[in-house]
Design a protein around this ligand. Structure first.
Ligand code: URA
Length: 240
């Protein structure tokens, strides 16, 4: 691929701007300054430097963020900050999107990508990718409430029944539950439907991917193995 196209594909800006960067001598490949925008490189395992900073070529990006409270999952955030403000400009230029949404006051595992197929696969209602939430409630969780959550509740303006699996009580006011759909405010509405209220909500798992050890606001690129876990695909299935 032409060096100018490589930089453009990685989010460094327009073709013209990338040509300028290269001609100015700001780009190094394999320890040498390359000032020819038309030079061809194989993108396989390619790493390069721009203004002395190291980058690895990525056809697509798959990111996990430990989302802090007070951030909205939209580009045009209205009442709070945008989660996109936590990322460098080159990732914004690449058009990363949130894989599903978390409310502004929900914390925890949020995936972002510029791969439309991956996004579709994880958010398609028929895929039923499980998501695990840790919930802190306003009132003690009764035995009846737990049973109702497991049996399923109806939610206004939504078709069908919404049930949680793997409900575990950590304390009177704290539980963990897995949901298999992803309708608007689902966990908060399910808790409200059984007569309780969510005080705090934290997502700990999507598919089989558990939130890695990241500080709130910190993010990392998913490894190929973590990407498979997020899709609930086993390594064996991936090899078939
Ligand atoms: N369910 C909710 O109610 N809020 C979230 O952010 C995620 C799931």
């Amino acid at each position: 691929m032409l060096l100018e196209k490589i930089l453009q594909s990685q989010g460094f800006g327009s073709r013209k701007y990338c040509q300028q960067l290269i001609k100015n001598g700001s780009v190094m490949v394999e320890q040498h300054i390359c000032d020819n925008p038309k030079q061809n490189f194989s993108t396989d395992q390619l790493s390069f430097q721009v203004f002395g900073e190291q980058y690895q070529f990525r056809e697509h990006v798959y990111i996990v963020l430990n989302k802090p409270s007070g951030y909205e999952c939209s580009h045009q955030a209205t009442h709070h900050k945008s989660v996109f403000s936590l990322f460098p400009e080159i990732l914004i230029h690449r058009g990363i999107q949130c894989v599903g949404r978390l409310d502004q006051d929900t914390t925890g595992l949020l995936l972002l990508t510029d791969d439309g197929q991956y996004l579709q696969a994880l958010t398609h209602p028929r895929k039923h990718v499980p998501k695990v939430y840790h919930v802190t409630t306003a009132d003690p969780v009764s035995k009846e409430q737990r049973e109702q959550l497991e049996q399923g509740v109806e939610l206004r303006n939504e078709k069908g029944v919404f049930a949680a699996t793997g409900v575990e009580l950590f304390s009177e006011y704290q539980l963990s539950m897995t949901i298999h759909q992803g309708v608007y405010h689902q966990v908060k509405r399910m808790l409200a439907a059984v007569g309780n209220k969510v005080e705090k909500l934290h997502r700990n798992q999507v598919g089989s991917l558990i939130l890695p050890d990241l500080e709130e606001g910190e993010w990392m690129y998913l490894t190929p193995a973590q990407k498979l876990l997020s899709q609930n695909i086993s390594k064996e299935d991936a090899l078939l």
